[in-house]
Design a protein around this ligand. Structure first.
Ligand SMILES: [Cu+2]
Length: 396
Protein backbone atom coordinates (compact mmCIF):
# COMPACT_ATOMS: atom_id res chain seq x y z
CA UNK A 1 0.00 0.00 0.00
CA UNK A 2 1.39 3.38 -1.03
CA UNK A 3 -0.07 6.44 0.67
CA UNK A 4 0.70 10.13 0.80
CA UNK A 5 -0.29 13.42 -0.73
CA UNK A 6 -0.02 13.37 -4.50
CA UNK A 7 1.40 16.45 -6.22
CA UNK A 8 -1.03 18.23 -8.54
CA UNK A 9 -0.54 19.86 -11.94
CA UNK A 10 2.50 18.06 -13.23
CA UNK A 11 3.92 17.25 -16.66
CA UNK A 12 3.71 13.50 -17.03
CA UNK A 13 4.62 10.60 -19.27
CA UNK A 14 1.38 8.74 -20.09
CA UNK A 15 -0.40 10.68 -17.34
CA UNK A 16 1.73 9.00 -14.69
CA UNK A 17 3.89 10.86 -12.14
CA UNK A 18 6.55 9.63 -11.95
CA UNK A 19 6.41 8.06 -15.41
CA UNK A 20 5.42 4.41 -15.89
CA UNK A 21 7.97 1.87 -14.63
CA UNK A 22 9.44 0.09 -17.66
CA UNK A 23 10.77 -3.43 -17.13
CA UNK A 24 12.68 -5.43 -19.71
CA UNK A 25 14.93 -8.45 -19.89
CA UNK A 26 18.42 -8.38 -21.31
CA UNK A 27 18.22 -9.35 -24.98
CA UNK A 28 14.81 -7.84 -25.57
CA UNK A 29 14.18 -5.02 -28.03
CA UNK A 30 12.55 -1.80 -26.89
CA UNK A 31 10.30 -0.03 -29.38
CA UNK A 32 9.04 3.16 -27.85
CA UNK A 33 7.29 6.14 -29.44
CA UNK A 34 7.62 9.55 -27.86
CA UNK A 35 4.69 11.77 -28.84
CA UNK A 36 5.32 15.32 -27.71
CA UNK A 37 2.14 16.95 -26.42
CA UNK A 38 4.09 19.39 -24.24
CA UNK A 39 4.09 23.14 -24.91
CA UNK A 40 7.86 22.90 -25.48
CA UNK A 41 10.37 20.89 -27.49
CA UNK A 42 11.65 17.75 -25.78
CA UNK A 43 13.34 14.38 -26.19
CA UNK A 44 13.77 11.37 -23.90
CA UNK A 45 17.17 10.14 -22.72
CA UNK A 46 17.47 6.59 -21.33
CA UNK A 47 19.85 7.22 -18.46
CA UNK A 48 22.08 4.19 -17.88
CA UNK A 49 21.05 2.36 -21.03
CA UNK A 50 23.85 1.90 -23.55
CA UNK A 51 22.24 2.57 -26.92
CA UNK A 52 23.34 4.08 -30.23
CA UNK A 53 23.36 7.83 -30.78
CA UNK A 54 19.98 7.91 -32.55
CA UNK A 55 18.34 6.18 -29.57
CA UNK A 56 20.17 8.12 -26.85
CA UNK A 57 17.85 11.13 -26.72
CA UNK A 58 20.48 13.84 -27.09
CA UNK A 59 19.63 17.57 -27.33
CA UNK A 60 19.90 17.64 -31.14
CA UNK A 61 17.11 15.03 -31.35
CA UNK A 62 14.50 17.20 -29.58
CA UNK A 63 11.14 17.35 -31.34
CA UNK A 64 8.67 20.22 -31.27
CA UNK A 65 5.14 20.21 -29.92
CA UNK A 66 3.06 17.71 -31.86
CA UNK A 67 6.12 15.85 -33.13
CA UNK A 68 7.11 12.24 -32.53
CA UNK A 69 10.40 10.38 -32.07
CA UNK A 70 10.66 6.61 -32.48
CA UNK A 71 13.12 4.58 -30.44
CA UNK A 72 14.16 1.07 -31.38
CA UNK A 73 17.04 -0.50 -29.47
CA UNK A 74 18.24 -3.82 -28.15
CA UNK A 75 18.87 -4.10 -24.41
CA UNK A 76 22.36 -5.51 -24.26
CA UNK A 77 23.60 -4.90 -20.72
CA UNK A 78 23.41 -6.33 -17.23
CA UNK A 79 20.51 -5.99 -14.84
CA UNK A 80 20.23 -2.53 -13.31
CA UNK A 81 17.84 0.22 -12.30
CA UNK A 82 18.05 2.77 -15.09
CA UNK A 83 15.74 5.71 -15.70
CA UNK A 84 14.44 8.07 -18.35
CA UNK A 85 13.95 11.81 -18.49
CA UNK A 86 13.95 14.74 -20.95
CA UNK A 87 17.22 16.02 -22.40
CA UNK A 88 16.43 19.09 -24.56
CA UNK A 89 19.07 21.81 -24.66
CA UNK A 90 18.63 24.35 -21.83
CA UNK A 91 15.24 23.01 -20.70
CA UNK A 92 16.02 19.71 -18.98
CA UNK A 93 15.80 21.15 -15.45
CA UNK A 94 12.34 22.61 -15.90
CA UNK A 95 10.94 19.53 -17.61
CA UNK A 96 12.29 17.01 -15.11
CA UNK A 97 11.14 19.29 -12.31
CA UNK A 98 7.64 19.43 -13.78
CA UNK A 99 7.38 15.66 -13.43
CA UNK A 100 8.96 14.03 -16.47
CA UNK A 101 11.01 11.11 -15.14
CA UNK A 102 10.51 7.38 -14.73
CA UNK A 103 12.35 4.16 -13.96
CA UNK A 104 13.57 1.55 -16.47
CA UNK A 105 14.51 -1.74 -14.80
CA UNK A 106 16.58 -4.25 -16.74
CA UNK A 107 16.58 -7.85 -15.48
CA UNK A 108 18.91 -10.69 -16.40
CA UNK A 109 19.53 -14.33 -15.50
CA UNK A 110 22.47 -13.58 -13.19
CA UNK A 111 20.36 -11.31 -11.01
CA UNK A 112 17.44 -13.76 -11.11
CA UNK A 113 19.73 -16.47 -9.69
CA UNK A 114 20.23 -14.42 -6.49
CA UNK A 115 16.65 -14.96 -5.21
CA UNK A 116 16.26 -11.32 -4.24
CA UNK A 117 12.95 -10.03 -2.88
CA UNK A 118 10.45 -9.58 -5.71
CA UNK A 119 6.87 -8.58 -6.37
CA UNK A 120 5.51 -6.41 -3.58
CA UNK A 121 8.85 -6.77 -1.79
CA UNK A 122 10.76 -4.97 -4.56
CA UNK A 123 9.86 -1.27 -4.38
CA UNK A 124 11.28 1.48 -6.61
CA UNK A 125 11.68 4.79 -4.80
CA UNK A 126 12.06 7.88 -6.98
CA UNK A 127 13.20 10.56 -4.54
CA UNK A 128 13.29 14.26 -5.38
CA UNK A 129 12.46 17.63 -3.88
CA UNK A 130 9.93 20.28 -4.83
CA UNK A 131 8.33 23.54 -3.77
CA UNK A 132 4.62 24.27 -4.01
CA UNK A 133 2.42 27.34 -4.27
CA UNK A 134 -0.46 27.78 -1.83
CA UNK A 135 -2.78 26.27 -4.44
CA UNK A 136 -0.59 23.19 -4.72
CA UNK A 137 1.13 23.96 -8.03
CA UNK A 138 4.79 23.03 -8.48
CA UNK A 139 7.03 26.09 -8.30
CA UNK A 140 10.33 26.14 -10.16
CA UNK A 141 12.58 29.08 -9.35
CA UNK A 142 16.09 27.90 -10.14
CA UNK A 143 19.24 29.79 -9.34
CA UNK A 144 22.61 29.41 -11.02
CA UNK A 145 23.66 27.35 -8.00
CA UNK A 146 20.82 24.91 -8.68
CA UNK A 147 17.27 24.40 -7.51
CA UNK A 148 16.61 23.26 -3.94
CA UNK A 149 12.98 22.52 -3.08
CA UNK A 150 11.29 22.82 0.29
CA UNK A 151 9.92 19.29 0.63
CA UNK A 152 10.78 15.76 -0.44
CA UNK A 153 8.60 13.73 -2.79
CA UNK A 154 8.86 9.96 -3.02
CA UNK A 155 7.20 8.47 -6.11
CA UNK A 156 5.43 11.80 -6.54
CA UNK A 157 3.99 11.92 -3.03
CA UNK A 158 4.65 14.23 -0.09
CA UNK A 159 4.77 12.79 3.46
CA UNK A 160 4.47 9.23 2.17
CA UNK A 161 4.25 6.06 4.20
CA UNK A 162 4.55 2.44 3.25
CA UNK A 163 2.90 -0.39 5.17
CA UNK A 164 5.49 -3.15 5.33
CA UNK A 165 5.26 -6.83 6.22
CA UNK A 166 7.70 -8.60 8.52
CA UNK A 167 9.93 -9.20 5.51
CA UNK A 168 13.13 -8.17 3.77
CA UNK A 169 12.39 -5.50 1.16
CA UNK A 170 14.45 -4.53 -1.83
CA UNK A 171 14.35 -0.76 -2.46
CA UNK A 172 15.55 0.53 -5.83
CA UNK A 173 16.32 4.17 -5.10
CA UNK A 174 16.84 6.95 -7.65
CA UNK A 175 17.93 10.47 -6.77
CA UNK A 176 15.66 12.19 -9.28
CA UNK A 177 16.14 15.68 -7.80
CA UNK A 178 17.43 18.50 -9.97
CA UNK A 179 20.22 19.54 -7.58
CA UNK A 180 19.75 18.13 -4.10
CA UNK A 181 22.19 15.48 -2.88
CA UNK A 182 20.64 12.99 -0.45
CA UNK A 183 22.34 11.16 2.43
CA UNK A 184 20.07 8.19 3.09
CA UNK A 185 19.87 6.63 6.54
CA UNK A 186 17.29 4.86 8.71
CA UNK A 187 15.98 6.77 11.73
CA UNK A 188 16.64 3.86 14.11
CA UNK A 189 20.26 3.51 12.98
CA UNK A 190 19.65 0.06 11.48
CA UNK A 191 21.86 -0.88 8.54
CA UNK A 192 20.77 -0.80 4.94
CA UNK A 193 22.26 -3.76 3.08
CA UNK A 194 23.73 -2.26 -0.09
CA UNK A 195 23.62 -4.67 -3.04
CA UNK A 196 23.80 -2.48 -6.15
CA UNK A 197 24.12 0.92 -7.79
CA UNK A 198 23.82 2.57 -11.22
CA UNK A 199 25.34 -0.36 -13.06
CA UNK A 200 23.67 -3.24 -11.20
CA UNK A 201 24.91 -5.62 -8.52
CA UNK A 202 28.13 -4.78 -6.69
CA UNK A 203 31.10 -7.18 -6.52
CA UNK A 204 30.08 -7.77 -2.89
CA UNK A 205 27.12 -6.47 -0.92
CA UNK A 206 27.65 -4.82 2.46
CA UNK A 207 25.85 -3.14 5.38
CA UNK A 208 25.79 0.66 5.31
CA UNK A 209 24.62 3.15 7.93
CA UNK A 210 24.40 5.92 5.33
CA UNK A 211 24.45 6.17 1.55
CA UNK A 212 24.99 9.47 -0.27
CA UNK A 213 23.38 9.94 -3.66
CA UNK A 214 24.07 12.67 -6.20
CA UNK A 215 21.55 13.61 -8.88
CA UNK A 216 20.94 10.73 -11.26
CA UNK A 217 22.64 8.10 -9.08
CA UNK A 218 20.82 4.90 -8.09
CA UNK A 219 21.22 2.63 -5.12
CA UNK A 220 19.83 -0.84 -4.52
CA UNK A 221 19.32 -1.80 -0.87
CA UNK A 222 17.78 -4.53 1.26
CA UNK A 223 16.03 -3.49 4.48
CA UNK A 224 15.06 -6.18 6.99
CA UNK A 225 11.78 -5.56 8.84
CA UNK A 226 11.42 -9.15 10.16
CA UNK A 227 12.49 -8.45 13.72
CA UNK A 228 10.34 -5.43 14.48
CA UNK A 229 7.17 -5.47 16.57
CA UNK A 230 3.93 -4.71 14.74
CA UNK A 231 3.26 -0.98 14.87
CA UNK A 232 6.94 -0.02 14.72
CA UNK A 233 7.57 3.09 12.64
CA UNK A 234 10.93 3.70 10.99
CA UNK A 235 11.84 6.67 8.83
CA UNK A 236 13.98 6.74 5.75
CA UNK A 237 15.75 10.00 6.42
CA UNK A 238 17.95 12.42 4.53
CA UNK A 239 20.89 13.07 6.83
CA UNK A 240 21.91 16.15 4.84
CA UNK A 241 18.65 18.13 5.17
CA UNK A 242 17.36 16.32 8.26
CA UNK A 243 14.13 15.51 6.38
CA UNK A 244 12.12 12.40 7.05
CA UNK A 245 11.32 11.31 3.52
CA UNK A 246 9.43 8.02 3.87
CA UNK A 247 7.80 6.31 6.86
CA UNK A 248 7.76 2.54 7.09
CA UNK A 249 4.93 1.09 9.24
CA UNK A 250 5.51 -2.51 10.24
CA UNK A 251 2.33 -4.57 10.12
CA UNK A 252 1.12 -7.49 12.16
CA UNK A 253 1.98 -10.16 9.60
CA UNK A 254 3.57 -13.55 9.52
CA UNK A 255 7.28 -13.44 8.80
CA UNK A 256 7.92 -13.68 5.07
CA UNK A 257 10.77 -16.05 4.11
CA UNK A 258 13.93 -14.54 2.64
CA UNK A 259 15.65 -16.80 0.12
CA UNK A 260 18.79 -14.88 -0.85
CA UNK A 261 22.10 -15.68 0.83
CA UNK A 262 24.19 -12.74 1.93
CA UNK A 263 26.50 -11.27 0.94
CA UNK A 264 25.31 -11.01 -2.66
CA UNK A 265 28.29 -11.15 -4.98
CA UNK A 266 28.79 -10.65 -8.67
CA UNK A 267 31.79 -11.20 -10.94
CA UNK A 268 32.66 -7.89 -12.55
CA UNK A 269 35.40 -7.44 -15.12
CA UNK A 270 37.95 -4.95 -13.81
CA UNK A 271 39.01 -2.36 -16.35
CA UNK A 272 42.78 -1.71 -16.35
CA UNK A 273 45.75 -0.49 -18.39
CA UNK A 274 44.33 2.77 -19.77
CA UNK A 275 46.07 3.95 -22.95
CA UNK A 276 44.82 7.56 -22.84
CA UNK A 277 44.34 9.99 -19.95
CA UNK A 278 41.99 12.96 -20.32
CA UNK A 279 41.39 15.64 -17.70
CA UNK A 280 38.10 17.51 -17.45
CA UNK A 281 37.70 20.56 -15.24
CA UNK A 282 34.13 21.42 -14.22
CA UNK A 283 34.48 25.20 -14.15
CA UNK A 284 32.10 27.59 -12.46
CA UNK A 285 28.49 26.64 -13.13
CA UNK A 286 28.48 26.57 -16.92
CA UNK A 287 31.70 25.17 -18.37
CA UNK A 288 33.79 22.05 -18.87
CA UNK A 289 37.46 22.81 -19.63
CA UNK A 290 36.54 26.47 -20.10
CA UNK A 291 33.85 25.82 -22.70
CA UNK A 292 30.09 26.22 -22.63
CA UNK A 293 28.19 23.45 -24.47
CA UNK A 294 27.48 23.93 -28.14
CA UNK A 295 25.28 21.40 -29.82
CA UNK A 296 27.35 21.16 -32.99
CA UNK A 297 30.84 21.14 -31.49
CA UNK A 298 32.63 17.80 -30.87
CA UNK A 299 35.19 18.33 -28.12
CA UNK A 300 37.10 15.04 -28.28
CA UNK A 301 37.07 11.66 -29.94
CA UNK A 302 37.43 8.27 -28.29
CA UNK A 303 38.55 5.06 -29.93
CA UNK A 304 36.02 2.28 -29.53
CA UNK A 305 37.17 -0.66 -27.42
CA UNK A 306 40.05 1.13 -25.71
CA UNK A 307 40.31 1.69 -21.96
CA UNK A 308 40.76 5.36 -21.07
CA UNK A 309 41.40 7.18 -17.80
CA UNK A 310 39.18 10.22 -17.31
CA UNK A 311 40.03 12.62 -14.48
CA UNK A 312 37.36 15.00 -13.16
CA UNK A 313 38.35 18.16 -11.30
CA UNK A 314 36.51 21.27 -10.23
CA UNK A 315 37.44 24.79 -9.24
CA UNK A 316 34.33 25.14 -7.10
CA UNK A 317 30.56 25.49 -7.24
CA UNK A 318 30.11 21.73 -6.68
CA UNK A 319 28.43 19.36 -6.18
CA UNK A 320 28.80 18.39 -9.82
CA UNK A 321 27.43 14.89 -10.42
CA UNK A 322 29.30 13.88 -13.58
CA UNK A 323 27.25 11.73 -15.99
CA UNK A 324 28.54 10.05 -19.15
CA UNK A 325 26.35 8.69 -21.95
CA UNK A 326 27.29 5.65 -24.01
CA UNK A 327 29.20 3.53 -21.49
CA UNK A 328 29.53 2.76 -17.81
CA UNK A 329 32.77 3.41 -15.95
CA UNK A 330 34.67 2.24 -12.88
CA UNK A 331 35.80 4.67 -10.19
CA UNK A 332 39.52 4.34 -9.38
CA UNK A 333 40.13 7.09 -6.85
CA UNK A 334 38.97 10.28 -5.21
CA UNK A 335 41.52 12.68 -3.76
CA UNK A 336 40.82 15.89 -1.85
CA UNK A 337 37.45 16.59 -0.28
CA UNK A 338 35.95 13.31 0.96
CA UNK A 339 39.21 11.65 -0.15
CA UNK A 340 37.92 8.09 -0.66
CA UNK A 341 35.87 5.86 -2.92
CA UNK A 342 32.68 4.74 -1.17
CA UNK A 343 31.16 1.26 -1.12
CA UNK A 344 28.24 2.46 -3.24
CA UNK A 345 30.73 3.52 -5.92
CA UNK A 346 32.10 0.02 -6.60
CA UNK A 347 31.31 -1.92 -9.76
CA UNK A 348 29.84 -0.09 -12.74
CA UNK A 349 28.68 3.52 -12.58
CA UNK A 350 27.29 6.06 -15.03
CA UNK A 351 27.24 9.04 -12.65
CA UNK A 352 29.76 10.07 -10.00
CA UNK A 353 29.50 12.83 -7.42
CA UNK A 354 32.27 15.43 -7.60
CA UNK A 355 32.33 17.71 -4.56
CA UNK A 356 34.42 20.85 -4.05
CA UNK A 357 38.19 20.22 -3.86
CA UNK A 358 37.80 16.67 -5.17
CA UNK A 359 39.56 14.96 -8.04
CA UNK A 360 37.87 11.76 -9.20
CA UNK A 361 39.54 9.32 -11.58
CA UNK A 362 37.56 6.72 -13.54
CA UNK A 363 38.34 4.10 -16.17
CA UNK A 364 35.97 3.85 -19.11
CA UNK A 365 35.69 1.83 -22.31
CA UNK A 366 33.15 2.38 -25.09
CA UNK A 367 32.49 -1.06 -26.52
CA UNK A 368 29.14 -0.97 -28.21
CA UNK A 369 28.63 1.84 -30.69
CA UNK A 370 30.46 4.47 -32.67
CA UNK A 371 28.76 7.85 -32.65
CA UNK A 372 28.19 11.00 -30.71
CA UNK A 373 27.52 11.12 -26.97
CA UNK A 374 27.53 13.72 -24.22
CA UNK A 375 29.13 14.12 -20.82
CA UNK A 376 27.58 16.62 -18.46
CA UNK A 377 26.93 17.79 -14.95
CA UNK A 378 23.70 16.17 -13.74
CA UNK A 379 22.87 19.11 -11.52
CA UNK A 380 20.25 20.01 -14.08
CA UNK A 381 20.62 23.78 -13.70
CA UNK A 382 24.33 23.47 -14.51
CA UNK A 383 23.61 21.22 -17.47
CA UNK A 384 21.06 23.71 -18.80
CA UNK A 385 23.55 26.56 -18.53
CA UNK A 386 26.08 24.66 -20.61
CA UNK A 387 28.09 22.35 -18.35
CA UNK A 388 27.99 19.65 -21.01
CA UNK A 389 30.19 18.51 -23.88
CA UNK A 390 29.88 16.36 -27.00
CA UNK A 391 32.40 13.64 -27.80
CA UNK A 392 32.47 11.04 -30.52
CA UNK A 393 33.31 7.34 -30.35
CA UNK A 394 35.12 6.30 -33.53
CA UNK A 395 36.77 3.29 -35.18
CA UNK A 396 40.13 4.39 -36.52
CU1 LIG B 1 27.62 21.13 -11.89
Amino acid sequence: MWEGELAQEVWAYNESFPGPMIRANRGETAKITFKNNLPAHSIIHWHGLVVGTENDGQPQHAVHTGGTYNYDFEINQRAAFNWYHPHPHMMTGEQVYNGLAGGFIVNDSEEASKNLPAGKYEVPLVIRDASFSKSGALLYKPTSGGFLGQVALVNGTKDPYLDVDKAVYRFRVLNGANSRVFGLELSNGAPMHLIGNDGGLLPASTDMARIDMGNGERTDILVDFRNYKPGTKIMLRDARSGWDILEFRVGNTQEIPFYASLPISSDIEKLNSPVVTRTFSFDGMTKINGKVYEMDRIDWTVKRGQVERWVFKTNGNAPHPVHIHGASFQIQSRSGGRNRVFAWEAGWKDTVLLEDRETVTVLIRFDNFVGRYVMHCHKLEHEDMGMMANFEVVDQ
